[in-house]
Design a protein around this ligand. Sequence first.
Ligand code: SAH
Ligand code: SF4
Ligand code: F3S
Length: 452
Amino acid sequence: MEHSQTTVTGTAGDGVKRVFIHTFGCQMNAHEGERLLGLARDHGYQEALCAEEADLIVLHTCAVRDQAVQRILSEVGRLSSLKQARPAVKIGITGCVAQADGATLLQRARGLDFVVGTRAVGRLAATLRRVEAGERVVDVGEGAYLEPPAGPARGATICAYVTVVEGCDKFCTFCIVPYTRGREYSRPAATICNEVRQLAAAGCREVTLLGQTVNAYGRKGGERGEGEVSFAELLRQVAAIEPIYRVRFLTSHPSHLGDDLIEALATIPEVCPHLPLPLQSGSDRLLAAMRRGYTVAEYLDRVGALRAALPQVALVSDFIVGFPGETEADFAETLAVVAHLRLASLFAFKYSPRPHTKAAALGDPIPEAVKGERLERLLALQRTIAAAHNQALVGSRQEILVEEQGEGWAEGRTRSNRRLRLDRAAPLGARVEVRVSAVEHGHLLGTLETAA
Ligand code: SAH
Ligand code: SF4
Ligand code: F3S
């Protein structure tokens, strides 16, 4: 009975090698997952629709919260059973868990064939050759950031991501990212602009510049020197590339929201009024314990300057509840600041201690039930704020960039990054002016105004 599954899977005897990549985590990881797929394709693999059909299975992992390592190892265990029917199947771990845990993963999972860290992706082809020859390989590539090989032109997606800052040097006490993505590195502006030009030629109309602290751009980088540019200037250069209609960036750190960046946001027409700016807590005591490098007052001062210059900006933020030592009074300060900020949206997470980090020494003293209850209160508050934002949008005019369309409908995002569905078809990649007619279950619906 168990064997029935294996008869419909495998390479179907057509000699074609197939790869399946399961990506977890943040936008940067998703983008890197696409790069991994491109590299595997260059190495002769076609994309499989599921792990059961693949000769090469890659778990492209995230380590930021929860029991990441245990979950990945049990997934490897489950996938290893595929090897009973097809011993040639290879299984690998890439991404942040790979970088943080390296060789120990091979020891802990017998069915695992390779571990490739975030800084070694550029050598994937060489690793695959060794793996195919039967070796078990660990490459966590300590050292400099490897520019991804150029490869064939990427497909024409309307919206695309471009990494501008790799790694992070902030070492917030709760965060594993500096240990998984390595030191902060800014890619040269010329390299970034070339990539954007190629994307634009392939049909891309919106780019999102990526980095864990994207607005720290230009501070550090092996190849940087005289003549390199600030983040505000980088935005200007990217926005000037034709025909890129929109530029966004993700994620900004509050410590680097200078007046020049606010001015760029407010004055460059292509730069969208949408800013993810994680605050993490409304308590100065906790911000200090997290080593975030700013106070609540400093954050509010920057937001005030931003809103004075760009009143319609959609501000988005992240919060952690239940960091060690968080009292009810600290949490009340978080609620108060969230009520005040009137964010477009908010991401909130229960604190989870991470290996390697400074805060790991503090343990995890806040009971799970308290964390859960605080998370729910924070999300409930934001739901009321979001509902009010949605209602205020009804009747307004918004531009969408069409990303999907079908018979009698088209869908895209507004400049402030809200999804909006139009009640008629429109060409992919077109900018369309829409009148918001209703909100249904949090989704905006609209009718055609005039095509741009
Ligand atoms: N570079 C961004 C955040 C990257 S991680 C910044 O500086 O804000 C994305 C989010 O995950 C963080 O904003 C934080 O809210 C959450 N996060 C990170 N580490 C966490 C941990 N140990 N426990 C719970 N949430 C965490
Ligand atoms: Fe993590 Fe802090 Fe760096 Fe963000 S700034 S990635 S939270 S260490
Ligand atoms: Fe996760 Fe790594 Fe991103 S830890 S959040 S995938 S940088």
